[in-house]
Design a protein around this ligand. Structure first.
Ligand code: RP5
Length: 191
């Protein structure tokens, strides 16, 4: 089968073989899905980005899924809104792990996409994350965690990220405590 989407996919990062593919139902999903791309870049994971659609381009989507493993991809991240069948259709055609990102692009604010992704039938899982930007970011992190099972250096970068999250909470609490102390020092009761 020809690589129907080979010519127009966009590879990002180093010249290394992409191991993650970010696919989205519309180019209009990119502002959200960029959250996944940013996390992959942060963890130095080569990835590619493309648009496909379970409904508007079913053959392109099937080819993408069929050819993913043989092209060296290891994780697929699929974002879509509305009746979001893209991750499920891809998961039906590959044994690679598929992470679904519900996009809040419809009048139902992504609840439709969330249910379409998370309610997959037994036997065909889609690892569905939260609606919108937080979900896209988490999809990038989850992809990194999957890849880190076979990549010790990546596992170190993930542990550093966790440490940064914890340090951010410590910093936020220190700032809050200082503000509260300042309010107490300035209140009439403390004079
Ligand atoms: C879905 O329909 C896409 O994932 C997008 O979120 C939504 C709207 O697509 P456009 O009409 O903006 O291209 O398939």
């Amino acid at each position: 089968m020809p690589l129907l989407w080979e010519s127009d996919r966009v590879k990002v990062g180093s010249m290394a073989q992409a191991v993650v593919c970010i696919v989205m139902g519309s180019a209009n999903d990119w502002p959200i899905m960029q959250g996944a791309a940013d996390m992959l870049a942060r963890f130095h994971i080569p990835y590619e980005v493309t648009v496909s659609s379970a409904h508007r381009a079913p053959q392109r989507t099937a080819a993408l899924a069929h050819e993913a493993a043989q092209r060296g991809l290891q994780v697929l991240i699929a974002g879509a809104g509305g009746a979001a069948h893209l991750p499920g259709v891809i998961a039906a055609e590959t044994t690679l792990p598929v992470i679904g990102v519900p996009i809040d692009s419809s009048s139902l604010l992504g609840l439709d996409a969330l249910l379409a992704m998370v309610q997959m039938p037994q036997g065909v899982p889609v690892a569905t994350v939260a609606i919108g930007k937080a979900g896209a970011v988490n999809a990038g992190i989850l992809a990194a965690q999957i890849l880190a099972l076979q990549d010790a250096d990546l596992a170190v970068r993930l542990r550093q990220y966790k440490a940064e999250l914890a340090a951010g909470v410590e910093q936020a609490d220190a700032t809050l405590q200082a503000q509260l102390q300042g309010q107490r020092d300035g209140s009439p009761a403390s004079r």
